[in-house]
Design a protein around this ligand. Structure first.
Ligand code: FES
Ligand code: FES
Length: 158
């Protein structure tokens, strides 16, 4: 199997590595970079636990090869909180509304919420709720998550 040199940005830091062609981004983040906040659930694109942001867009890292990330910017849940350690508003909303229980699904949900609430084009509450159908949570019953989304979108007057 051939290896490839890749240069990318992860959580704002430049990273250069040599990776096998078939290594997933999920395995690269967890095993090569030690960023274990990105969780491995189903590993075939169903559960959403592995979601990260690639160039600002939420994507499944289990369905993405590390070699595809050459020249791109990846953000994981480790890169979400503010530099002083305080929560990002997405994390704060989940915290305030008991939007998590065991936390296994949470990093992926944080990344999807982040990608839909940052930047100029903010998604509506309905659009965010629709996107949450791509995340499976075994614990919460989703009610806390819905309340967190309501808190997040209040500022958008939606
Ligand atoms: S681990 Fe990637 S979608 Fe489930
Ligand atoms: S909080 Fe446990 S799986 Fe979602």
């Amino acid at each position: 199997m051939s290896d490839h040199d890749i240069n990318l940005t992860v959580n704002g830091r430049k990273v250069a590595r040599r990776v096998p062609a078939r290594r997933t981004l999920l395995d690269f983040l967890r095993a090569d970079l030690g960023l274990t906040g990105t969780h491995a659930g189903c590993e075939h694109g169903v559960c959403g636990a592995c979601t990260v942001m690639i160039d600002g867009v939420a994507m499944r890292s289990c369905l993405t090869f590390a070699v595809q990330m050459d020249g791109h910017a990846v953000t994981t849940v480790e890169g979400v909180a503010h530099e002083d350690g305080s929560f990002h508003p997405v994390q704060q909303a989940l915290h305030d509304n008991h939007g998590l229980q065991c936390g296994f699904c949470t990093p992926g949900i944080v990344m999807s919420l982040l990608s839909m609430t940052e930047g100029e084009q903010k998604a509506s509450r309905a659009e965010i709720l629709d996107a949450m159908s791509g995340h499976i949570c075994r614990c919460t019953g989703y009610q806390g998550l819905h309340k967190a989304i309501a808190q997040l979108t209040e500022a958008n007057h939606d």
